[in-house]
Design a protein around this ligand. Structure first.
Ligand code: COA
Length: 389
């Protein structure tokens, strides 16, 4: 039987998980059996962290304990903060985040075997510290001193506080909290899969999360929100949306923030983000009209894609309305992938723990398509292109 090569692993089932379920055909996402439509308006990110790491929604006492642990782990080791001061201010925030998160391993204690412990406490430490890195770099690159984290604020509230030094308005804190809830997990997406591959070799949690961070950065994955923000900035007003979309598609390019490998209907996270984008736009006011422009781009994309390929299944994904939401929270476009990581760190660490609990090395195969076997050619006998002369 001929070997089937599936370059993108589309539809290939490579493992199991109890963390989240993506039902692409009907547009449903659930975390441990709870529909995201139910969680987004009701649960906080801290509850989701408990759900993903411990398997259940927390009771009051458990939630208090979890918040206390997160609050006590937020500060970064001084040498890492000092290292960030020496990074060129032009560095891309995601590069800084990936590098400093890798560096966190250097300051974590090791067990009697000299290994880092990869347990739920390491997971909470990473969940607590990732936003601190993002906020610290945000200030350092603006020539400002980092603001020390506060232990009494939520993950979302503390992040916004560390950026500005001011406790955020409840509308802003709620919007970012819901964003983190929506981004917390998404089954075997590319970065989570990378984390599981690394963990399957028994690499520790710092290394596995670094692999996930590296995989998140591309614009076919976590970088798409930044790309969607660039689109918003170029389009500027709702009136420009349709001509812009037509031009992009004419040139054979893609509308960033549209389309998804799994969802063949609208991404279920998009509607919550759209609602938030609308609410935030009303809250911040101003003349930017980001929400209206985003909405017009989505409408125009659907219209033009339908014209070009009737029945096509390309809808807004999670990254599309992330752009107006994060922009209206005052977060610069090039930090959006880092914000994605602040939410997804909950899922990554949960998946790493799940992988380690029942581990099997993940090691696929490839069909060899290179030259057929031949003898070694001595350097004297090679022509200028390295072949036998
Ligand atoms: N804009 C325009 N056309 C798109 C498109 C988009 N955003 N996304 C997919 N398509 C088209 C492709 O051009 C292709 O058309 P063709 O069959 O005529 O060649 C078809 O839809 C299938 O695309 P393909 O890349 O094979 O699908 P995929 O399952 O690999 O795509 C993504 C998934 C996410 C990579 C793709 O939709 C994309 O590039 N989106 C933009 C980036 C993005 O938003 N990423 C974040 C994902 S959460």
């Amino acid at each position: 039987m001929p070997t089937v090569v599936d370059r993108g692993l589309e539809g290939v089932v490579v493992g199991t998980t109890q963390l989240s379920n993506v039902e692409g055909a009907i547009g449903r996402l659930s975390y441990r059996g709870y529909d995201i439509d139910d969680l987004a308006p009701n649960a906080t990110f801290e509850e989701i962290v408990h759900l993903l790491l411990y398997g259940t929604l927390p009771n009051r006492h458990q939630l208090e304990m979890l918040k206390r642990e997160l609050g006590s782990c937020r500060a970064l080791p001084e040498p890492l903060l000092a290292a960030m001061q020496n990074v060129p201010k032009t560095a891309w925030p995601m590069e800084v985040l990936r590098t400093i998160v890798s560096g966190l391993g250097l300051f974590s204690p090791v067990n009697a075997q000299g290994e880092h412990v990869s347990d739920v406490h390491t997971a909470l430490e990473l969940i607590a510290k990732v936003p601190t890195v993002v906020a610290a770099w945000d200030r350092i690159r603006r020539g400002l001193e980092p603001v020390a984290p506060r232990s009494d604020l939520s993950q979302a509230g503390n992040f916004l506080y560390m950026r500005t030094g001011k406790v955020p308005h409840a509308v802003e804190e709620d919007a970012l909290d819901t964003y983190f809830v929506l981004l917390a997990d998404h089954s075997y997406n590319a970065s989570t899969f990378a984390a599981r591959v690394a963990a399957s070799t028994r690499a520790d949690m710092y290394a596995s999360v670094t692999a996930a961070m590296a995989t998140l950065q591309g614009d076919l994955h976590g970088g798409a929100a930044t790309a969607a923000f660039r689109t918003l900035t170029e389009v500027k007003t709702p009136e420009n949306a349709e001509p812009y979309v037509r031009e992009i598609l004419e040139r054979g390019k893609r509308i960033m923030g549209m389309g998804h490998r799994e969802y063949k209907v609208r991404d279920p996270r998009a509607k919550h983000l759209e609602t938030m984008a609308k609410e935030l736009a009303e809250h911040v006011g101003g003349s930017d009209r980001r929400y209206q422009t985003a909405h017009a781009i989505e409408q125009a994309s659907r219209k033009v894609l339908q014209e070009k390929k009737p029945g096509n299944a390309i809808y807004a994904n999670v990254d599309f309305y992330t752009a107006p939401v994060l922009a209206d929270l005052g977060i610069p476009g090039d930090e959006f992938t880092c914000l994605f990581a602040c939410g997804r760190i909950a899922g990554w660490t949960g998946h790493i723990l799940e992988q380690l609990a029942d581990n099997r090395l993940i090691r696929p195969q490839a069909t060899y398509e290179g030259p057929t076997a031949g003898p070694y050619v001595s350097i004297e006998q090679r022509s200028s292109n390295g072949q036998r002369g």
